[in-house]
Structure formats: C-alpha cells, structure tokens
Design a protein around this ligand. Structure first.
Ligand code: NAP
Length: 459
C-alpha cells in the first residue's frame, strides 16, 4: 500500500470515530453543539483523505463541485430561518440521496457488466434507494414549505397504482441483477424509483412530514452505505449505516411520542382524517389582560413555561428567558416543560432555548414535569397547542387519543399565549382553552412575553 493509501485509511478511521462520538454528543442538549462540530470535523477528514488517497481524474470538476456545494451550503446556513429547518433538512437529504444515485449511475456506466454479483446488488440497491429518496425528500420539502398542498393527496386506485410501480421497480432491480448487460432495465428501475418516491410521500399529510423525513434520512444513509460497498469505501459504509439506523430509531421515537405506528404514518392519511374528526368543544374562552397576567406571575411561587411551535414562529426564545430572569429575580421558581414533539422537529425547543442561554438544568422532560403540575401555581403555554391537548388523555375517540401530553390542566392556573383562535398542527380544537383554570392572553408570543416582563417590574 502507498503512503497516500495509508493516510486515506487513517483519516477514514478517524472520521468514523468522530461520527460515532458526534452521535453520542447529539443525544444530549448540553453536548449537541460539540456533536455537530465533531461530525463536521469527521466529514472534513474523510474528504481530505479521499482527495489524497484516490486517483483524481480531473481537479477542475472537484474544485467546481466543492465551490458550488460550499456556496449552496453557506447560503442555506445563513439565510434559512430556524422555523424552516425541517424543509432545509429535507433538501439536504435530497442532495445526499441524489449524489448516491449519481455515483451509482456513474459506476454502472464505467464498470456495469464487469461487476461481481454482490457489488451489482449493492449498486442496484443504492440507485433505487437514492432515486426514491431524492424525489420523496423534494416532495417532503415542498409540503413543509407550503409550495405543495400539505393535506394528503389521495385518489381512487392509488394503492393499486403504487403497488404496480413498486413491483415494477423491484422487478427491474432483480432483472438488472441477473442481466446487467440490459441497459434499458437499469434505467427503467431508476425512472420507476424516482416516480415511487413521489407516490410514497404525496398521500402523507404535512403533519407527519418530520417522521417521513427521518425515515427518508434513514434510506439516504442506507443508499450511502450501499455506495460504500460498490466503491469499496469503508467510511461510506460506516457513516451510511450510522445514518440509516439512527434515522430509523428517531422515526420510531417520534411515532412513540405521538402514539402512532410507522405503518399508520405511512399509510394512514393522518391530515385528512384529522380535519374531519375535529370536534366542537363548546364553552367560552376567557381572555385575561396583561396587568392581571403579570400580577398572577409576580405573586406565584412556582411557574412552568411550556413552549411550542408558536415560540419558534414568534422567535420568542430570548423574550421568555428575559421574563424568567425577572421572575427569578423576585424569587419565583421557574421551569421549562419540553414535550418530545413540540415544534416541528425533534429537539426544536431545546435548540431555541439553548440559543437564548436558558440553563439545561431548567429544562424538564414530560415524564419529569407532569407530576409537578398539581403543585404549580401558573403554567404559561407559549404557542403550544397539540402537546397540551387534554383530549389525548380524556377522549378515547379523539384522533390523538393516547398521545402523551404535558398535563398542564392539572396546574392551579394556565395562561395561554397565542395570536387568536388558530388550531395546532393536527387541526384539532383544544378543550384546555375552555377549562375553568385557563385564561387566554392574545397576541404574538414575543410581544406578550416582553410586555409581561415590563409589567411585572411595575408590580
Ligand atoms: P401546534 O400544535 O402546532 O400549535 C402551535 C400554536 O402556536 C397554534 O395553535 C398557534 O395558534 C400558535 N402560534 C403560532 N404562531 C404564534 C405566534 N407568533 N405567537 C403566539 N402563538 C403562535 O404546536 P405544538 O403544541 O408545539 O405541537 C407540535 C405539533 O407538531 C404536534 O401535533 C406534533 O405531533 C407535530 N409534530 C411535531 C414533530 C416534531 O418532531 N416536533 C414531528 C411530527 C409532528 P394561533 O394561530 O392562534 O396563534
């Protein structure tokens, strides 16, 4: 082996270790940023190792690719707001999967019929999974961004058509495996996989897109691992497998937090059913004015903030910390209750609150905080809705029945900060807003929190 090859293998080993450590880091909010830096360092090491250890045919293309990729990545990093992070992630999956599919096509064109049977199988798998993940992720990004209708798109005979496309795709995969010399079969498989990606995602409502995305993330990882087998590249096999399985575990955890099964997410058409199942709750919502809300908070002993998607849209993370500082300055005990699927992506609330320097020791997970609500004086719900909907616990007929919730209605008093009568992502009415313990403080969450902080200083 040449010195360059040794160097490449050493950087691959280093990159693999960094990827494992990065996943470990990302499992806790305190170490998540470090985890991200480790992953970036691992990726950098793998790129340098490849450029040194592999025969580069044309540097021009490599430099053009690196420049274009860096420009697009840099632009996405600075210009995409936090609230659009799910669709940005979906786009990244589409890029990764498309790269895997293109490498597969390139390998087919250069070595197609000379490949051994195992490598050929891996190549077919890589191209198929890469192609369907590309279009599936693009549809997911479009739905999350609102450029494609978020509601499930369903039509008569859809399942039969999907089954035919699926069987056609698998059939061409098997046929390519046996007869790699038939070029048309390879491209048929590629084309059908692109179409299948679209068909797989259009019947799923945008409420379920984060779960779908983490599944697609898993597919993109497996496609990358297959690419590793085709190219004989160890770091791709390791990174792809880590990505594939962590994406799958994340999907399972998200489904658990919503009390749904993966099959129900993929084939349930959640969004459409929800809209029909929305119930009329009746009763009246009681409004509270700023001064009364400030008074309640100022004289409370224990206050819990419950952030949700509205905190993200309002970018109210700094405002809530400032209000917490004012309250703590008066001797009030302040905690934050974090629901696992609050917001639009896993860890959404943790990331926002970390950005505002909220101490990790003030963040409480659902299981930790639920027993504390009965002894809490005031809960402030900040743009959260579904994750505090008591119907999930009390109404077995509700479409979200069984979904674990933050049981804020057990607290002595609940103040809900939202702009108006808007529903949560599930489209359901929330009986919490009609309960005797609840009052509504209408307005943009950031403005309401800032006004509360000011008002409390005058109490
Ligand atoms: P939510 O149910 O979507 O409710 C958000 C609420 O925020 C709305 O009712 C809205 O009411 C309010 N709001 C919006 N902008 C606001 C602003 N600027 N100021 C104040 N309020 C504002 O949010 P959630 O309770 O966080 O629940 C998350 C949902 O996403 C769940 O259904 C969950 O299953 C789903 N989901 C999450 C994930 C994940 O990974 N996090 C994954 C899949 C699905 P107004 O319009 O009246 O203001």
């Amino acid at each position: 082996m040449s010195v360059e090859s040794y160097f490449m293998e050493a950087t691959y080993l280093l990159a693999s270790i960094l990827f494992v450590l990065s996943l470990k880091g990302m499992s806790r909010p305190e170490t998540a940023r470090r985890g991200m830096f480790l992953a970036e360092a691992g990726m950098f090491a793998a790129i340098i190792g490849t450029l040194v250890g592999q025969h580069v045919v044309t540097w021009g293309w490599i430099i053009a690719g690196l420049t274009l990729g860096s420009l697009i990545g840099g632009w996405m990093a600075v210009s995409v707001p936090m609230t659009a992070m799910p669709q940005r992630t979906a786009l990244s999956h589409a890029f990764g999967a498309f790269a895997a599919a293109l490498v597969g096509v390139g390998e087919f064109l250069t070595h197609g019929s000379e490949m051994g049977v195992i490598t050929r199988g891996a190549l077919g798998f890589e191209v198929m999974l890469g192609a369907l993940t590309t279009t599936g992720s693009l549809i997911a990004a479009g739905k999350l961004q609102g450029v494609i209708r978020g509601k499930p798109i369903q039509f008569r005979g859809q399942n039969a058509i999907n089954l035919l496309i699926f069987l056609g795709m698998i059939g061409s995969f098997v046929s390519f495996w046996i007869h790699p010399e038939t070029v048309a079969v390879f491209y048929t498989m590629l084309g059908l996989a692109f179409v299948f990606g679209v068909m797989l995602v259009i019947p799923i409502g945008s409420a379920d897109m984060p779960v779908v995305m983490s599944l697609l993330n898993s597919y993109a990882g497996l496609a990358a691992a297959a690419t590793g087998f085709v190219l004989g590249n160890n770091v791709l096999i390791i990174a792809g497998t880590l990505d594939g399985f962590s994406g799958f575990i994340l999907s399972v955890l998200m489904c658990k937090a919503m009390n749904r099964s993966i099959t129900n997410v993929l084939f349930g058409g959640f969004g459409s059913v929800i809209a029909e199942a929305a119930t009329e709750t009746g009763g009246v919502m009681r409004e509270i004015n700023l001064e009364d809300a400030a008074m309640q908070l100022a004289f409370a002993n224990r206050v819990v903030f419950v952030p949700g998607y509205g905190l993200a849209t309002a970018q109210a993370q700094h405002a809530v910390r400032e209000l917490a500082d004012v309250l703590e300055g008066r001797g009030v005990t302040v905690k934050y209750a974090i629901h696992p699927v609050a917001g639009r992506m896993p860890g959404h609330m943790n990331v926002l609150l970390a950005e505002a320097n909220v101490s990790y020791s003030s963040l409480y997970e659902m299981e930790q905080i639920n027993p504390e609500f009965p002894s809490t004086d005031v809960v402030v719900v900040i743009g959260a809705n579904d994750v505090v909907n008591p119907d999930a616990r009390d109404n077995p007929k509700s479409i979200i029945a069984g979904m674990p919730i933050l049981e804020v209605d057990r607290a002595r008093s609940v103040i809900v900060l939202k702009r108006g009568q808007g529903r949560g992502f599930s489209g359901l009415e929330n009986p919490l807003f009609f309960k005797a313990c609840t009052t509504m403080l209408y307005g943009d969450a950031k403005a309401s929190l800032a006004h509360l902080a000011q008002a409390i200083q005058h109490v």
